[in-house]
Design a protein around this ligand. Sequence first.
Ligand code: F3S
Length: 418
Amino acid sequence: MNLTREENEMLAGKHGVTREKFMRILLSLGECYDAEEMIPVSSAHILYSLTALGKGGSLLIQDIASSGAKFSINTHTNPTVMDPILWKDLGVLEDRAQEQAALASALKNMGAMLSDTCTPYLIGHIPLIGEHVAWSESSAIVFANSVLGARTNREGGPSALAAALTGRVPRYGYHLDENRYGDLKIKVTAKMESAHDYGTLGFFAGKMAQDKVPVFVGISPPVSLDCLKLLGAAAATSGSVALFHVLGVTPEAQTEKAAFGRKKIGNSQTVEFGGKELRETEETLCKATDREVDLVVFGCPHASIIELREIAELIAGRKVKTGVELWICTSKVIKAYAVAAGYVQILETSGARIISDTCPVLMSGGVGKGPCPKTIATDSAKLVSYISLYAAAKGQEILPYYGSHQRCVEAGISGMWR
Ligand code: F3S
């Protein structure tokens, strides 16, 4: 690879042993993908939950921190295994909490901004169109690429860390113009009535596209940020979609030509998403049958202030049924905003809990205190997929109900899925 003088210096250890090691990792990565050069990146989004890192990853980060290494670009973090205030009540073990806190302090010393959210773009970390970044977390990656028009590959824990330390990534994949054009046309003819319909569309699209770039046509603007957030998160779950376009909506798809470039998209690369596909996909996500709901979860990916307001309006003056838990997961920043706006008070008076900096998937030691819930209701196709895997890994079974905000709120109030 052609390296600049500064990159060669990093490789030669002139910027410290840690940067040297991580530059070597990036070099190997670049060679694997035939990258010709490195490019500077302006931010990194890194993983540090104990669930994602495991013991080895946790020790590695603490070792790096104790060497005195510092991040060289804006570095923000994905959620952890614990809510900073409610963790004990939610069943997180003391030693796990201490280990997570030690990691947080190590990263803070290295210069990380502890955003602890999978929606960093909702709290001011907003790369602009064409800006190169190195983000991990599939739902954040797909949002950055598709909705913001920024450029990132699907970075894993080590490569995002390497980018944070060196400020570089190899130039390949979604950093290159030619890999950002659509490969698959999805004609949307279904009536898209709520945000969770976009999640259902995303889940369908991910299955169809796998690692390709789907282009949605037939969706009339405006489409809200929350709809696009659920769409991307679901597409990155059922497939490994890192970039999608919505014709006339997302920044790199204002025309068909801009979305597909010179690619000729024929019938074999076109699929329809109509009422039938919407219903069938929703049915595959809604696996529970006994109608009783133990836990209702919103905020996967972490909820926006608008979602918090919508849920507060739906629940105001009513009570979550005794024995049922209703959680809204979000970041500490959005929670503080919701406190100031009065939404948290409405929600908590109704018996809902606003969980910050974590989510049921990342939380260790079971979902909540006491026995693991048998059924969960959510508006998130991503949560549906992950929660079942998470529970199965612990030898448990959680069956999901999947539906709109309104339906999930009603489930929290009545304890029944209707
Ligand atoms: Fe975020 Fe957890 Fe969902 S990290 S995207 S809320 S699985």
